[in-house]
Design a protein around this ligand. Structure first.
Ligand code: CP
Ligand code: NVA
Length: 315
């Protein structure tokens, strides 16, 4: 595919990373870097001309809620949050009707919910672009911020190795796609039966083949973390799985990122965590504290990555 220098994504939904080309994702990351330096130098960015984003959350959120709302305001737009006591998508009326109505009032919709199909279905009937702010299947906005953080730290993405240790969940699925699209090797270390979604493994292998990189799904945290430039983890119990919490603590107990596991990674390896973190479960408190600066920067980068997405699909 021919590389382009200018993005033309107006009107496009941001639901799956694989709906974009690797070149488009790279340009979005570059744009996020530009917006970050503008925000840091307190430059006024008036691109959204009072455009309105409606945000819907079926699950809790700290980072996504604030980084989207404040990011939209920094772009000169505004945001309205629909709360669970106002509407439960698909309950009082069909998702089709909600999408048709909500999208007549605003310029952009952001949705965090359980079933991925519900966002796809909403987008099909929406008159404005829709952003996936996490489903049970994926979390593409988080991965854009992660890739931005990695690029800032190493000055490149190509040829690095990211090791994800833990549950093959929404974060892991999106990391598989994002990393393999942008030239990183990716290794996943997870217990048997907790592997990522097969569709995402296949997609990642396809991109890796095109890029000359590799994808490995292993049931051994030591092998999975060897030679890592980036060690990444997420909670063992995702939102909606709370009744499995104790069982999962037992199943995942050998998949903690701690000083012992860290010895397998490269000396200059960084640790990433999408947050919220459960310290002394998926990551030891000591390792978290030593790497807190990078992890908090990763959280901050959510805002710039999303500002770049909003600017390009909505302007
Ligand atoms: N990482 C992330 O999406 O955080 P929140 O659940 O707080 O939005
Ligand atoms: N896997 C986690 C990610 C939170 C940002 C969850 O879905 O709860």
């Amino acid at each position: 595919m021919k590389n382009i220098c200018k993005l033309d994504l107006k009107g496009k939904h941001f639901i799956n990373l694989e709906d974009f080309t690797p070149n488009e994702l790279q340009l979005l990351i570059k744009e996020a870097q530009n917006l970050k330096s503008k925000v840091k130098s307190k430059e006024e960015i008036n691109l959204m001309n009072n455009k309105i984003m409606v945000m819907y959350f079926a699950k809790p959120s700290l980072r996504t809620r604030l980084s989207f709302e404040i990011g939209m305001k920094k772009l000169g737009g505004d945001a309205y949050v629909l709360k669970q006591d106002e509407i439960i998508l698909g309950k009082r009326e069909s998702i089709e009707d909600s999408a048709n109505v909500i999208s007549r009032y605003c310029d952009l919709v952001m949705i965090r919910t359980f079933a991925h199909e519900d966002i796809e279905n909403f987008a099909k009937h929406s008159k404005v672009p829709v952003i996936n702010a996490l489903t049970d299947l994926s979390h593409p906005c988080q991965i854009m911020a992660d890739l931005l953080t990695i690029k800032e730290h190493f000055g490149k993405l190509d040829g690095l190795t990211l090791s994800y240790i833990g549950d093959g969940n929404n974060i892991c699925n999106s990391l598989l796609v994002g990393c393999s699209m942008l030239g990183l090797n990716i290794k996943v270390g997870c217990p048997n039966g907790y592997e990522p979604n097969q569709k995402y493994i296949n997609l990642a292998k396809k991109y890796a083949k095109e890029n000359g990189t590799f994808v490995e799904i292993l049931n051994n945290p030591e092998n999975a973390s060897s030679n890592a430039d980036i060690l990444y983890t997420d909670v063992w119990t995702s939102m909606g799985q709370e009744n499995e919490k104790e069982m999962r603590k037992e199943i995942f107990k050998n998949y903690q990122i701690n000083n012992t596991l860290l010895k397998n990674a490269n000396d200059n390896a960084i640790i990433l965590h999408c947050l919220p973190a459960h310290k002394n479960e998926e990551i030891s408190e000591e390792v978290f504290d030593k790497n807190a600066n990078t992890i908090y920067e990763e959280a901050e980068n959510r805002m710039y990555a999303q500002m770049a997405i909003i600017k390009n699909i909505c302007c």
